[in-house]
Design a protein around this ligand. Structure first.
Ligand SMILES: [Zn+2]
Length: 177
């Protein structure tokens, strides 16, 4: 009985309308790089049962907004690849600090393509916004990725945990209702 209910609930959650995300390409990256990053972000979120649509044109309606910045707007002593503006009026907004994504990818040269890492940062920040939490764990939601994590990204082995996937699906559905 419980299993049937769980399966039905899972079916409903998977059927929810995709979340829309707008990319602000402030770093002026080539369109192909943005498209490749979006492909990775969509894939890893989809593996967690969360479907997304992305746009970088103006205008476009969106639930969330992610700016890919060329500068680092935060304390330069803190090595963050991105951050979500939770608890502010911009709670549905996040930033990706592009120079730091580039730095990490170059530091672990050959471990993962830049666009792949960029896509994972985008998915990571979207998860923060969706769950309204700054919490970190392992895998996609690790606070700092190792060379092994980057290699796992390049092979599409790095995913959200089952618990994170459930929390993301719940948050996505709640947002729609
Ligand atoms: Zn984080």
């Amino acid at each position: 009985m419980c299993l049937l209910l769980l399966l039905s609930l899972t079916a409903i959650l998977h059927a929810s309308e995709p979340l829309s995300v707008r990319i602000h390409n402030q770093a002026r990256l080539p369109a192909a790089a943005i498209a490749a990053a979006i492909t990775e972000a969509r894939w890893v979120l989809s593996q967690a049962g969360v479907e997304t649509t992305w746009c970088d044109a103006d205008p476009c309606r969106s639930d969330f907004s992610i700016g890919i910045r060329q500068d680092d707007p935060r304390d330069s002593q803190t090595f963050v690849l991105g951050f979500a503006m939770l608890g502010t009026a911009k709670g549905n907004t996040a930033c990706v600090v592009y120079p730091r994504v580039l730095q990490l990818t170059e530091f672990h040269a050959g471990a993962a393509p830049l666009s792949t890492v960029l896509g994972y940062v985008m998915a990571h920040e979207l998860a923060h916004m969706l769950m309204r939490s700054h919490a970190h764990s392992a895998g996609v939601m690790s606070a700092s990725w190792t060379v092994a994590d980057l290699r796992a990204m390049s092979q599409r082995h790095l995913r959200f945990s089952p618990a994170e996937a459930s929390a993301l699906q719940y948050a996505a559905t709640k947002r729609r209702n």
